[in-house]
Design a protein around this ligand. Structure first.
Ligand code: GDP
Ligand code: MG
Length: 701
């Protein structure tokens, strides 16, 4: 028999960490709220009959945000067998607010106080017995990070599921309880006994969702309304506030008698001290830039370069092709099959895999930043800046997620309640270079800028700049105007990242690369090879007469204003839409084909772009800052929820990438080499248009 346990709790209280420990899965753990927007299921490692459900983090069960709706519907309508309510022990007062609501649902509930390692380190004492007695449910302690007490917590849930549910604590004052009793009486034939109190409180709060789900008649509603009004008059406050305030009072009393904090109020914790420097108004941004530079410098530095050189030039340049060649020759396959395997598959897929070690190093470093709690501060820092332009810092969270992959970045936009802001963030989130785009950065900076880490850091900040600039431009348009959504985010305490957590992050990324390389990139490389080696009459021909060249030349004019209007540049750019790292694979194959004896792919790539750094830069900018890959485009269409909005997003992104590359290339060539033509004029006009859109005054109403 299956037993369902739902994990519920505030954002960032450690639900996913616990979920991973309990089920042995590798879900994304992020040190900021909003990472889990969909619920995920897994089975308990030691007892496969038990299903564990990870829910999005929520602060309350009022249906204000998408996460709250998802979690609430699940808990109330689907009724798991037990709820494991995770409470961040370092922040117990805030977390218990949700607990009081969860207990009202009337399902067997266990409260697990998490982060006990941090609680102990702070020297705080929590009286578990007392809390358990007051709330009337089992209370356990654990440290999900250290995997201490996690299975005990799960077992407590299994036990609790077998017991009858105790009456839930009486949180509210006499007159509210009086009104609630009246409401319970009026609706008791409509709902089952268990959930009676939950619905009574929701009705008291005039919760629209609950009204709808209960199908109450007009008569009954006006009758109930009398009770609510009476109480409101007596308390001189509106019903919703009465409930909220009394919850807080109740929790305050509970915490004051059961938790002893060692820290006196006003004394700074270590995290506070670190934050004094890192989130300092003046220093925050320069420090962020410096930290990102160090990250890219290490990834692109001696170790990273050594690994990439080895994988690209030795492993996929000599060892693998040599071995494959030897093997294929020994079994006597014909030449064109040999070429397909060596030039097509090893050449293309190999180039993509060649950069994986460097990407892995980058991700180890980014994961450390994220897991330690720093990235949450970055969102906070950007909120301060964004707010001045009418953007919400909430929009920055998807962008932190986006350094990994654009798809989850777009998904995490669901946490933005304000529709206009959400749509806009979906349009902007993928401008932050993802891991696959980093491959383009790596190969192009190696080809044109001697692997300079400043260029890679620069690309990251160009991404942020695009978000800010176009965020402001869009926000000034009527369809997106409006005040920024309030951004309340608790900054988690800094902690040392867990090796397991980092391993999971990096492994997920690397695995993603491998899977893509083995499937979609693999297929694309075969197709490209066929196009490169056959003409339209399906005869085996030289590159010069191939289908690919003919097709490339037909579309190359589109890219001429960007400086890379060659058939190779066109083919690489178009293929990058399949998956961004395909650009690397395509360039690798084209470079191999262009120079038979050129061992160094990177040098061969230079010659594909006329050895002109502006051309190389333009290619890089266009492919990083235009629309994301197909999967991400499809995700954006889905999340925008309408074809028109999806199309608008796509066209907008294409225009941004094209404009950026066009302006950079033409103005660069004009300034450094005095090249002047119609495209130069166009570039200057575009810059002017952007400046006007950016600085135009808008009437506030
Ligand atoms: P969720 O948002 O509730 O799913 O929380 P996550 O599982 O993503 O964890 C949020 C952050 O808290 C991560 O940085 C975790 O490493 C950290 N964390 C989780 N459990 C513990 C714990 O027991 N102790 C400490 N110190 N940190 C924890
Ligand atoms: Mg989570």
């Amino acid at each position: 028999m299956n037993l369902k346990i739902a994990l519920a709790g505030n954002p960032n209280c450690g639900k996913t960490t616990l979920f991973n420990s309990l089920t042995g899965s590798t879900q994304y753990v992020g040190n900021w709220p909003g990472v889990t927007v969909e619920k995920k299921e897994g089975r308990l490692i030691r007892n496969k009959d038990v299903i564990i459900q990870d829910l999005p983090g929520i602060y309350s069960l009022s249906p204000y945000s998408m996460e709250e709706v998802v979690s609430r519907n699940y808990l109330v309508n689907e009724k798991p067998d037990a709820i494991l309510n995770i409470v961040d022990g370092t922040n117990i007062e805030r977390n218990l607010y949700l607990t009081t609501q969860i207990l009202e649902i009337g399902l067997p509930t266990v409260v697990a106080i998490n982060m006990m390692d941090a609680v102990d380190k702070n020297g705080d004492k929590i009286d578990i017995e007392k809390i358990s007695k007051t709330l009337g449910c089992r209370v356990v302690t654990m440290s999900a990070l250290n995997e201490e007490g996690v299975f005990e917590a799960a077992n407590a849930c299994i036990e609790a599921a077998k017991e009858p549910v105790k009456e839930c604590p009486h949180v509210f004052s006499g007159s509210v309880e009086h009104a609630l009793a009246h409401i319970e009486e009026s609706i008791q034939d409509k709902v089952d006994k268990q959930t009676l109190r939950w619905h009574a409180i929701k009705i008291f709060e005039r919760d629209k969702e609950d009204y709808k789900s209960l199908h109450l008649s007009e008569d009954l509603l006006s009758h109930l309304e009398e009770h609510i009004k009476d109480c409101e008059e007596e308390m001189d406050d509106d019903a919703e506030s009465i409930i909220t305030n009394q919850r807080y009072e109740y929790i305050q009393k509970l915490v004051s008698t059961s938790v002893v904090k060692k820290h006196e109020k006003g004394k700074l914790t270590t995290s506070d001290k670190i934050d004094r420097v890192l989130t300092n108004r003046v220093l925050a941004l320069p420090l962020f830039a410096l930290i990102m530079f160090v990250v890219y410098y290490i990834a692109m530095g001696p170790l990273g370069t050594f690994l990439t050189d080895w994988t690209n030039d030795v492993l996929f340049g000599e060892i693998v092709p040599g071995a494959v060649d030897g093997f294929l020759s020994s079994i006597g396959v014909i030449d064109w099959v040999k070429s397909l395997v060596i030039d097509g598959i090893v050449g293309g897929v190999g180039t993509v895999l060649g950069f994986v070690p460097q990407i892995a190093i980058l991700f180890i470093l980014l994961s450390i930043l994220e897991d330690s709690g720093y990235m949450a501060r970055v969102a906070f820092i950007f909120d301060r800046i964004f707010r001045r332009f009418g953007l919400s810092g909430k929009s920055f969270i998807p962008m932190v997620v986006g350094t990994g992959c654009g798809v989850p970045a777009i998904m995490s936009c669901r946490t933005i309640e304000e529709e206009k802001d959400r749509r806009m963030t979906i349009m902007l989130a993928t401008f932050i270079p993802c891991a696959a785009k980093m491959e383009i950065v790596l190969i192009m900076t190696q080809a044109f800028f001697e692997g300079n880490a400043l260029i890679a850091t620069g690309m990251y900040f160009v991404g942020i700049a695009i978000v800010v600039v176009f965020g402001i431009i869009l926000k000034k348009m009527n369809i997106f105007s409006g005040d920024p959504a309030p951004f309340v985010m608790e900054l988690p305490a800094y902690h040392f990242p867990s090796i397991k957590g980092i391993f999971i992050h990096v492994w997920e990324r690397v695995k993603g690369f491998m899977i893509k390389a083995g499937t979609i990139i693999f297929l694309a490389c075969i197709v490209l090879w066929l196009l490169m080696n056959f003409n339209f009459s399906l005869q085996l021909v030289d590159l010069e007469e191939s289908m690919l060249k003919v097709i490339g030349e037909k579309i190359a004019f589109i890219f001429a204003p960007l400086g890379f209007g060659t058939w190779q540049g066109a083919v690489a750019s178009v293929s990058a839409e399949i998956a961004k790292e395909q650009a690397t694979a395509t360039l690798g194959m084209l470079a191999h084909a262009a120079s038979e004896d050129e061992a160094d792919v990177v040098l061969a790539i230079r010659s594909l772009f006329n050895n002109n750094s502006w051309t190389g830069l333009s290619f890089m900018l266009f492919n990083i800052f235009n629309a994301p890959c197909l999967v991400a485009i499809a995700t954006a269409f889905r999340e925008q929820g309408s074809f028109k909005w999806g199309l608008f997003t796509f066209i907008f992104q294409m225009c941004v990438g094209y404009t950026l590359a066009l302006c950079t290339y033409n103005i660069g060539m004009f300034v450094t080499a005095g090249v002047f033509n119609i495209a130069t004029i166009f570039a200057f006009v575009l810059v002017l248009v952007i400046l006007i859109l950016l600085f135009r005054p808008v009437k506030k109403n």
